[in-house]
Design a protein around this ligand. Structure first.
Ligand code: NAD
Ligand code: MG
Length: 297
């Protein structure tokens, strides 16, 4: 089994996980992926880098967010997990993995397009974990549309609310609670730099996330709060099978990266751990690319 500790050929890692031409309705579930993604369940080893930290992770039920939650718990953090109610099955599984790591997981389902829910996530974290010092905005929506004429107001609005407004609402609510040493992490994408023609709304939100976080990093730096971004490339998650890509393109997903494969959520989690931990104490306003080698400006 591939892991992030053994030096192996990165082009050959996860060769046992195929990306298949699968379609899932709604937000999609990790539990229903034809070829289950690797969230690091069997492999991630913590070393106390987030001991007693208090984290909020949106989209922490599946994919990149779930791998991040598992890693955070094994590094010693308690976590509030945000997700949609229809993802309860995935969320319950991640909660039990957090508990197996000896940490607290609080499940907080709801809709990120609702400002009151976003604000409540911060209140829940402060109440249930006794504070908040890591904010990971990772929940996101991606639906491909081939022609601008077919891109509806509703989709455009929903993508912006989920990907950008939720970040704004959550960070705004969290800031009064964040003490020096706290970390905010946004989730961008290679799409911010190389937008696909069928992901206009999504790619635009991912550029906005980068810019928002770089600006905010300057604003809150003097308060001792760092703001950074992880920008994944193609990663095998339910997002892609639930309308993120045309179904027929999924078998080739990730193969055009220099490393020639799709990423797994387990490839991403260490980047979030780094940016949350004190190891990145002099890093702020940065975007960390974990994308299989695609050049970015
Ligand atoms: P994922 O489907 O596993 O995670 C996305 C999560 O977003 C869902 O689990 C869901 O809980 C949450 N979400 C979506 N809409 C929501 C809403 N209205 N209310 C509450 N929660 C909502 O997929 P993932 O690929 O792990 O996505 C995580 C992040 O990574 C996203 O921001 C995505 O844009 C980004 N990303 C993914 C890839 C990739 O190839 N998978 C590439 C670049 C960036
Ligand atoms: Mg999910």
């Amino acid at each position: 089994m591939a892991d992030q500790y053994t030096v192996t050929d990165p082009t050959k890692m996860y060769a046992d996980i195929d990306t298949t031409a699968q379609y899932q309705d709604g937000p999609g579930l990790d539990a229903d992926l034809d070829n289950p993604a690797d969230l690091g369940e069997e492999t991630y080893r913590g070393s106390g880098r987030l001991r007693d930290r208090k984290a909020l992770v949106t989209g922490g039920d599946s994919g990149i967010g779930a791998a991040t939650v598992i890693a955070f718990a094994r590094e010693g953090a308690d976590v509030v997990i945000s997700y949609l109610p229809e993802e309860e099955k995935d969320a319950q599984r991640i909660k039990s993995l957090v508990e197996q790591a000896g940490r607290k997981a609080v499940l907080a389902p709801g809709d990120l397009t609702d400002e009151r829910y976003c604000t409540s996530l911060v209140e829940t974290t402060v109440r249930e974990l006794g504070g908040i010092d890591i904010v990971v905005s990772n929940g996101g929506r991606q639906q491909h549309v081939e022609d601008l004429a077919d891109l509806s107001y509703e989709q455009f609005d929903d993508t912006f609310k989920t990907n950008v407004y939720a970040l704004f609402w959550i960070v705004k609510a969290a800031l009064p609670h964040l003490q020096p040493g706290s970390a905010i992490i946004g989730t961008s994408s290679i799409q911010a730099y190389q937008p696909s023609p069928n992901l206009l709304d999504y790619a635009t939100t991912k550029a906005a996330i980068n810019t928002f976080c770089k600006g905010l990093a300057q604003q809150v730096g003097p308060k001792g709060i760092r703001v950074n971004v992880v920008a994944p490339g193609p990663v095998w998650t339910p997002l892609q099978t639930a309308g993120g890509q045309p179904q027929e393109e999924l078998p080739e997903f990730g193969q055009s990266t220099p490393l020639g494969r799709a990423g797994q959520p387990a490839d991403l989690a260490p980047a979030f751990v780094y940016l949350a931990s004190a190891e990145s104490s002099f890093v702020s306003g940065e975007t960390l690319h974990v994308n299989g080698g695609m050049p970015t400006p």
